[in-house]
Design a protein around this ligand. Structure first.
Ligand SMILES: C[S@@+](CC[C@H](N)C(=O)[O-])C[C@H]1O[C@@H](n2cnc3c(N)ncnc32)[C@H](O)[C@@H]1O
Length: 233
């Protein structure tokens, strides 16, 4: 399937629009169904070193609940992590912010375009950066810039994105059957058509010897990517 990028409705709706609120609830269910928290945790743990991460950034973090679920699994072994949630919309609830604090993690919410934010020289580097259902929004030239900016600011980068396949496309057309709203039904089809296959993300990551890359399908619907800077790098 050829990669096609089209606008997603959620990106243009105000955070308090009922369609957006419902779609973010749908995303929580879909992330559970696709096992994205587990996949991201396993990728992060595969890159674990003797010192746990101190600072983690999520790009396109949405309502922050995916990162909170990840934090709940990681906090017993990774204490006191600083989390930065970056998204163009402010959709993080007070309860979600409190959830990080209950774990002893701090959270900073940045409402900004990720490109503008990553281009700022003052953006502090992270030990790990994650992206979930986010990279597929962008064209290859945009992604190349985004991944180069990210590579300069993190030691580990992990992502779970839609797998661009006929099977995933067929499933995305049936989300009405599990009660997803019109925004999610539209965006899911658009997302799969803009998703990834083969080594497409690796080919856009900076070709530097210190980076080890892994890219593969994970489960039935997901395309997973990981970049890890070597100890010497
Ligand atoms: C499909 S949602 C995924 C949200 C979250 N990662 C999750 O899994 O629930 C994509 C998110 O990307 C955000 N977004 C899209 N383009 C963006 C940009 N250029 N800069 C920052 N955020 C952006 C949208 O606001 C939206 O919250």
């Amino acid at each position: 399937m050829k990669r096609v990028i089209e606008p997603e409705w959620l990106d243009d709706l105000p955070p308090d629009d009922p369609g957006a609120v419902g779609s973010r609830q749908d995303l929580r269910r879909l992330n559970s169904l696709m096992g994205h928290v587990t996949s991201l945790r396993q990728l992060l743990q595969a890159a674990e070193r003797s010192q746990p991460p101190r600072r983690m950034i999520e790009l396109g973090a949405g309502d922050g609940t995916l990162m909170l679920r990840l934090a709940r699994q990681l906090a017993p072994k990774w204490p006191g992590v600083q989390v930065v949630l970056v998204d163009g919309k402010h959709a993080v609830a007070v309860e979600t912010r409190a959830g990080f604090q209950d774990l002893g993690w701090s959270v900073e919410i940045v409402t900004a375009d990720v490109f503008d934010w990553l281009r700022q020289p003052a953006t502090e580097p992270a030990d790990a950066m994650i992206a979930n259902l986010f990279l597929h929004h962008f064209s290859s030239p945009q992604l190349s810039e985004l991944l180069h900016l990210a590579a300069d600011r993190t030691r580990v980068f992990v992502a779970c994105e839609p797998w661009r396949s006929q099977f995933a496309l067929a499933f995305s057309r049936m989300l009405g059957l599990i009660g997803c709203n019109a925004v999610t039904r539209h965006d899911a089809v658009v997302s799969v058509r803009a998703g990834f296959a083969d080594q497409e993300l690796s080919s856009l990551w900076p070709a530097r010897p210190q980076w080890q890359l892994r890219e593969r399908t994970a489960g039935l619907f997901t395309h997973a990517f990981m970049a890890e800077r070597s100890q010497a790098g």
